[in-house]
Design a protein around this ligand. Structure first.
Ligand code: ZN
Ligand code: ZN
Length: 450
């Protein structure tokens, strides 16, 4: 795709000196274009773009993230160019899969007027594709809008300042109730709709501005996407009857990705403090091979946040290695709950191989665990695997705190979109006859397993 051609000129004058900056709990760094700087030494690299380019140049920007190629410049010089580059990754004919480069005139690629999302090399392909595309055109319109509005997360417009929860999480049915707890919601949404970056967006994006109602709904969907992870953790705490008012809690996020750790820097986990006002302190440790080096990657992993605060830290390794080297040696606190967002172990044998030791560890140490999936189908596949591992499944189903932002399949958009954290499953130790769970009533008989 065309972004392969992006410039990689180095621009040495841009590395930030950060020796005097506080290492922890600082807000995201923004450059002059409002992009969140990925690392102090990678100026202006937009996380949005990073996500969109994920499949193509992962190694390249990963090494940039890790500071190995400190002067990488992704050649983005204006808003117009930035939105262009974001859109470039969607520019191929959905019917015949031709890329702009392989067309006689790359500019002849035309976009579906209705959804503003997908492209065709010409009217023939469009006609051929319509019978299937018409089933998804409406949803794809929302997806196209949301991926633009998502930029406002990185300019800091979204989320609006959310309120301490006035209801217990178990009394919430889902997002509708969450939005009801936000005071002056209309006013807050208006501030975003009339904001500086919103006008920049529509002045540069080369697409018609949607109406008020559509914008409002999109902002809300993107907001749920942002709050989904901490809300899901809160949901897990409540389902496992873990009480953040009784004692400080340790949450381990397993299989954390680079995007997740970056998002965490935008302090979405603070929602946990609004969810449980005056809690005893929480530590969220993100563990995974893709965790990004940087400010939140720091010891100690045993310190609870001060009361009413969420303390974020991270550790770069597979979870079972982390457990062996850190938890077993008291370098990191034992978790009260382990959460995995889109672990994906159902999808491929290779992933399963790396997940298996972690899953067995969680089972054998009887750690309350919650995993999320993108769809009901993933849920079913994951359940099957965990039941083969004789996990005690304590709950599963549709997540009330699913993201409402549709995610389209990049290479083949004419498919039902999926939603982050749309389903969840929880497990706790080994499955067995009910009386086995109550240790107090055991009469010495241990069932042989393995
Ligand atoms: Zn075509
Ligand atoms: Zn369409």
């Amino acid at each position: 795709m065309s972004h392969r051609n992006k410039k990689r000129a180095s621009k040495s004058g841009h590395s930030r000196s950060n020796s005097t900056e506080a290492p922890v709990l600082t807000g995201p760094k923004m450059d002059s274009l409002g992009f969140q700087a990925m690392e102090s030494n990678v100026p202006g690299l937009s996380q949005v773009i990073l996500q969109k380019l994920n499949m193509k140049s992962y190694d390249e920007y990963r090494s940039a993230l890790e500071g190995k190629t400190p002067c990488t410049d992704f050649g983005i010089r204006s808003y117009f160019e930035m939105f262009q580059k974001m859109e470039d990754t969607f520019k191929f004919c959905v019917e015949c899969k031709k890329l702009p480069d392989s067309l006689p005139d790359p500019k002849s690629l035309r976009r579906c007027k209705r959804c503003q999302n997908i492209y065709y090399c010409g009217p023939d392909c469009q006609r051929l594709n319509w019978p299937i595309h018409k089933k998804f055109c409406k949803k794809l319109k929302l997806a196209a809008l949301d991926r633009l509005i998502e930029w406002l997360v990185f300019t800091g417009d979204i989320p609006f300042l959310t309120r301490p929860w006035t209801k217990n999480i178990q009394d919430l049915q889902g997002w509708e109730d969450w939005f009801l707890m936000q005071e002056n919601l209309d006013e807050k949404l208006n501030v975003i709709k009339t904001g500086h970056y919103m006008s920049i967006l529509w002045a540069n994006v080369g697409k018609p501005k949607p109406n008020e109602e559509e914008l409002t709904e999109s902002i809300k969907r993107v907001t749920t996407d942002f709050v989904s992870r901490p809300a899901t953790i809160g949901f897990g705490l409540s389902m496992f009857h873990l009480d953040p008012y009784a004692k400080p809690l340790t949450v381990h996020v397993v299989g954390a990705s680079h995007v997740e750790t970056l998002n965490a820097r935008v302090t979405d986990y603070d929602e946990l403090s609004r969810m449980f006002p005056k809690h005893q302190g929480m530590e969220v440790v993100m563990v995974g091979v893709d965790v990004v080096d940087g400010p939140i990657m720091r010891p100690p992993l045993v310190a609870f946040g001060p009361r009413e605060r969420v303390y974020l830290s991270s550790y770069k390794d597979l979870y079972h290695n982390f457990w062996e080297s850190q938890v077993e040696n008291q370098q990191a606190a034992r978790p009260d709950i382990v959460v995995g967002f889109h672990a994906g172990f159902h999808a491929c044998p290779d992933l399963m191989v790396s997940w298996l030791p972690t899953l067995l560890l969680l089972r054998d140490y009887k750690i309350p665990s919650l995993f999320t999936m993108y769809s009901e189908q993933e849920l079913k596949q994951s359940l099957r695997i965990l039941m083969e591992l004789e996990m005690q499944i304590t709950g599963c189903g549709a997540n009330p705190f699913t993201s409402l932002k549709p995610e389209q399949a990049h290479s083949n958009p004419n498919k039902p979109p999926v939603y982050s954290n749309s389903h969840y499953l929880m497990f706790h130790g080994l499955a067995g006859p009910p009386e086995e769970h109550d240790i107090g009533e055991l009469d010495g008989e241990e069932e042989e397993r393995s």
